[in-house]
Ligand binder design. Structure first.
Ligand code: ADP
Length: 217
């Protein structure tokens, strides 16, 4: 049994939230390039120092750097039975490199979450995160104690790239660089579009139904 799957969608579309649940439900690793890159920045590694400013400004990290971390991650033993990629690929060259690596069988499912722009801006501006990657929303999903993570008590902060002035430019980057990927996957019959608006539980149910229907188990 293998599930090689991608979650594609604009920033704030809920990819991370649903990916975590899909990952535990289907026992496949959740490979989130944004989380991996933020961990490099937090640890001040050479890679982290090289990408920090680009990320904080809401731009994309160069393809070759992202490709390297993804390739390394997918060659680990826990990825041999499948995976869910979140935040990768984000450009046509990244998608072509992934197709190349996957060979003839390729990717089983590309699921995209569709959310209206106005809803996205509200979701991102209210998002608060802890350094371990737990995520809350000041109105929709507030922590029990304001400013602190429910899971580990760490301080919550707003990601630099979640500041309102950066959000709109991230959406533009998404539309310019990433949306064209949908056409690439649609023509090869791998794309399923899911309505990502509404309460998270309802969206998750739609996402899970697609996974059950479109990947083997
Ligand atoms: P979101 O989906 O909310 O925009 P992510 O956590 O997926 O956020 O990504 C945050 C940032 O990490 C991106 O704005 C970009 O700078 C960098 N990044 C993540 N994945 C990639 C990728 N595949 N290619 C280039 N840059 C990436």
């Amino acid at each position: 049994m293998k599930r090689r799957t991608l979650l594609v969608g604009p920033p704030g579309s809920g990819k991370g939230t649903h990916a975590k649940r899909i990952s535990s439900r289907f026992k496949i690793p959740h490979v989130a390039t944004g989380d991996m890159l933020r961990a490099e920045v937090a640890a001040a590694t050479t890679l982290g120092l090289a990408v920090r400013d680009v990320m904080e400004g809401g731009d994309l990290v160069p393809d070759e750097l992202v490709l390297e971390i993804v390739t390394t991650r997918l060659s680990q033993p826990d990825a041999s039975r499948g995976w869910l990629l979140d935040g990768f690929p984000r450009t046509i060259p990244q998608a072509l490199a992934l197709d190349d690596r996957m060979g003839s069988r390729g990717i089983d499912l590309v699921l995209t979450l569709e959310v209206p722009r106005a809803e996205i801006v509200g979701r991102i501006s209210g998002r608060r995160s802890c350094s371990s990657g737990h995520v809350f929303h000041v109105d929709a999903d507030p922590p029990r104690r304001e400013g602190f993570c429910d899971f580990d008590g760490e301080t919550l902060f707003q990601r630099q790239d979640d500041r309102p002035e950066v959000v709109l430019s991230r959406l533009e980057v998404y539309e310019r660089e990433t949306e064209p990927l949908l056409g690439h996957y649609r023509t090869s019959g791998r794309l399923v579009e899911v309505d990502g608006s509404g309460p998270p539980g309802e969206v998750y149910a739609r996402v899970e139904a697609v996974f059950l229907d479109r990947t083997d188990g």
